[in-house]
Design a protein around this ligand. Sequence first.
Ligand code: GTR
Length: 355
Amino acid sequence: MEQKIPEVLQDAAGAVITDRKVWEQQRGRIYELLCDQEYGFLPPPPEQISFRTVERQEDFCASKAVYERVEIRVQVSGKEFAFPVHAVVPAVVSEKPMAFVHINFRSNVPDEYMPSEELADGGFAVFSFGYEDVTKDNRDFSDGLAALFPAGSRNGNAPGKIALWAWAALRVMDYLQTREDVDLKNVAVVGHSRLGKTALLAAASDERFAFAISNDSGCSGAAVTRGKKGERVADITKMFPYWFCENYKAYAGREEEMPFDQHFLLALIAPRKLYVSSAQEDQWADPPAELAGCRAASPVYGLYGLGGLVCGEESPEANAVFPEGNIGYHVRKGTHYLSRYDWQRFMEYLRLHRN
Ligand code: GTR
């Protein structure tokens, strides 16, 4: 069933990479390869960026947290675009809170995907944005952030929507740099499903994220593509071609020819922390393929004298949690969803691995 996947620690001549410096050059090449062939290149940082708090509630969650709506305004190619970020920061803390940057399906706070009250109770801050406040989840590249990049620039490696949503997450990280009340050494970017893919790309693109968390990210996310069940490149590029760059389509039905696989994306996060979560009944995402991605990315941590995934079990039972490693993993009972259970595990993982 499982097919041979490309070695991430192999140089262009086929030699095994055992040296961290050589890996760091390879890392740059791999990042460019994934941008060029799969997601498209993220646009460069904005020419200008500004932040404005447009709403503030001190009595959020029974006064346990402060809610702020912050407008992030960017200028790109002389054109402006703004999107809202929702901050929920615990009101009373003994130390600066660790923080999640949540790339959210919704822009309501709180919502069914994000238990902001439990996060605040747990001592965590959360900064979320609704992905469609950045650019709509459709093939229209003339809306929102996408409109800042000239039409007709949809050449082979122009950014797909995942790359644009990831770019927005980097701008939230820019905003966080202005917050002295947040533990900036411990910021996690987190997303579910298509936004789990986005969270991985954001963390691969920006080392300011100390943790990357992808939930049920599946195909073109944490799951190894070769031998994968459920969704394949042909499915995803047919249904959602605009998530990716044009070049990715060439691999529909030809996954064996890809000069990469998804563990390359995961490896770009090393030596920072990575947490991958699956749902047992989410066969479309394929939990074993997501776990395989974690295993295949693990050797890169060895170059830093660190361990990757710590999971002895071939096929873990539902609700098994493997938090010890620099790559953490759990598989939850149930279907495709970002649940309270998942968030509880993310909080535990951050507490355990706090920098
Ligand atoms: C599905 C898609 C998956 C996953 C999911 C989601 O339809 O095929 O790759 O990303 O959407 O984002 O909910």
